[in-house]
Design a protein around this ligand. Structure first.
Ligand code: NDP
Length: 331
């Protein structure tokens, strides 16, 4: 059956301005790192994309290496786009990245101009697109001169392969340097993509200040700590969970007693607010004015609905914030 999106889709989530740019992003965006690869169900993937778009999620985040196998999440998404979204391309912000190992030899990893341009050309083929909206350098490269990487990003925009560029996982100092070069080149950095959640707060240590000063937006990945800040692990590690599968991005060892204790206590607070733990975790990352969007992942459509519902109750009182602080810092 052909897909017809929900008419009320733009009344569901707030849209936040991305730094000092012309782009607004939904407060919740969907990433395709897990559950969209060649080994996952295409039907479930399609349902998740439909559910997300119906709920006003206009932004879908990919990378060259998402799968498994690497590249297959872009293929899956490209397939769904061509089947169901022909009329809606201009309503979507699609991002991809390069920076982690993608093909053998010295030109398939890190941050050379050779790697970034070739990788994006491959991504565009897999996605079946002429351009992506945002292209990211996925991680800092300690060896390639920053000027080369930034010039490659500038070239990528000027050549029409991407409309905007972003950086991911750069620390505060690296971000400041990258932003300066990009400004001089005339292709300002649109957005930064760091990890951030109640269990991982490194961006509060200087990065948010730089982003605010430079007018760069911020989309935080893994706001649910890969599922640990949801109801998923409150009573053990279920079979159908990321921690139970063999890919190793979240191991059983990471789901420690301390993490479960914190999750349980936070879950009580979430209940008092009439929310799920996932919703509280999303409201908490969005409390920072620098954070444009919470970039979630999902393994089924209901999780996406649950996460989007967070935006019905984003306000955290000072007292709630203090209680969360105590829970997060107690040993
Ligand atoms: P999350 O922290 O949102 O974790 C997603 C997982 O949490 C889901 O797969 C699911 O686990 C569980 N979950 C989600 N919603 C619910 C819910 N409502 N109730 C119960 N469980 C829920 O984010 P990810 O780690 O998946 O990362 C999100 C995106 O961020 C990625 O897809 C990618 O686009 C980006 N990313 C970027 C990186 C970078 O280096 N730039 C690195 C990592 C991610 P389960 O599968 O067990 O059901």
């Amino acid at each position: 059956m052909s897909y017809v999106p929900e008419k009320s889709r733009y009344d569901q989530v707030p849209y936040n301005r991305c730094g000092k740019s012309g782009i607004k992003l939904p407060a919740v965006s969907l990433g395709l790192w897990h559950n969209f690869g060649g080994v996952s169900s295409l039907e479930n993937a399609r349902e998740m994309i439909h559910t997300a778009f119906d709920l006003g999620i206009t932004h879908f985040d990919l990378a060259n290496n998402y799968g498994p196998p690497a590249g297959s999440a872009e293929k899956t998404f490209g397939h769904i786009l061509s089947q169901d979204f022909n009329y809606y391309r201009d309503e979507l912000i699609i991002s991809t990245k390069a920076g982690w190992g993608m093909w053998p030899g010295p030109y398939g990893d890190f941050g050379s101009r050779k790697y970034l341009v070739a990788s994006l050309d491959q991504s565009l083929k897999r996605l079946g697109l002429d351009y992506v909206d945002i292209f990211y350098h996925h991680r800092p490269d300690p060896e390639t001169p920053l000027e080369e990487t930034m010039r490659a990003l500038d070239y990528i925009v000027r050549s029409g392969r991407a409309l905007y560029i972003g950086i991911s996982s750069y620390d505060a100092e690296e971000t400041k340097k990258a932003a300066k070069i990009l400004k001089e080149l005339g292709t300002p950095c649109l957005i930064h993509q760091p990890s951030y959640s109640m269990l991982n707060r490194w961006i509060e240590d200087g990065l948010t200040k730089v982003l605010d000063h430079e007018g760069i937006g911020c989309i935080v990945f893994s706001p649910l700590a890969q599922g640990m800040l949801t109801s998923k692990y409150l009573s053990g590690i279920p079979e159908n969970s990321r921690a139970a599968n063999i890919h190793g991005f979240l191991t059983k060892e990471q789901v420690t007693d301390e993490v479960i204790h914190k999750a349980k206590t936070l879950n009580e607070l979430a209940k008092e607010r009439g929310q799920t733990l996932a919703q509280l975790a999303i409201a908490w990352v969005l409390r920072l004015p620098e954070v444009t969007s919470a970039l979630i992942g999902a393994s089924n459509p209901d999780q996406i609905k649950d996460c989007v519902n967070a935006t019905n109750n984003l306000k955290l009182t000072d007292e709630e914030l203090k209680r969360i602080e105590v829970i997060l810092t107690e040993k």
